[in-house]
Design a protein around this ligand. Structure first.
Ligand code: SF4
Ligand code: SF4
Length: 166
């Protein structure tokens, strides 16, 4: 079997759980991304806002670099999209994330919940689904709050390339 044909890893789960205990595990440990309901899928976004930073792609190598410039629809305080449901009307090239795309978009940050689960990892303590508090992603320094600038103040994008959306 070639590596590309290997089954996708499931999130790690203690193997000594009874069926009842396993069923009581949170949905992101029980289900693959493709099995989640729309509400579960949407709730996975931790609100870090990193993927909403503008990016530059090298035409020759395809390498993607992040800038610290926020998309015009990003609320810099909440780090959430201000027109999420209608965002394509204002930002046509905004990507609609899907389980298949998560694997292909290698520029998604390593802290992103979709990427973590796709790689078989668990959510971190600061994820709002774990902590029960939407502020923990900001307190842990994971979000773009206080670190991004609006497009209107940014100047040349090439001068705004940053390394921190790890
Ligand atoms: S990087 Fe992932 S978790 Fe963070 S805002 Fe984007 S989709 Fe949500
Ligand atoms: S349109 Fe909304 S979801 Fe898309 S990049 Fe901008 S702020 Fe993020």
């Amino acid at each position: 079997m070639s590596p590309s044909a290997l089954p996708k890893p499931r999130p790690k789960r203690p193997s000594n759980l009874t069926p009842e205990a396993a069923e009581s595990e949170p949905f992101w440990r029980r289900k693959r991304l493709a099995e989640m309901t729309k509400a579960e899928w949407e709730s996975l976004c931790d609100g870090c806002g990193k993927c909403c930073l503008l990016k530059l792609e090298d035409e020759d190598t395809g390498e993607v670099s992040y800038t610290d410039v926020a998309c015009k629809l990003l609320d810099m305080e909440t780090c959430r999209c201000t027109h999420y449901l209608n965002r394509k009307r204002y930002v046509p090239d905004c990507i609609k994330l899907t389980p298949k795309l998560v694997d292909r978009l290698r520029w998604m940050p390593s802290t992103c919940a979709y990427r973590l689960l796709s790689e078989g990892k668990d959510l971190a303590w600061w994820h709002p689904l774990v902590s029960g508090d939407p502020e923990t992603v900001h307190r842990a320094g994971v979000s773009v709050r206080g670190r991004a600038v609006p497009e209107s103040e940014a100047g040349e994008l090439e001068d705004r390339i940053v390394e921190w959306p790890e």
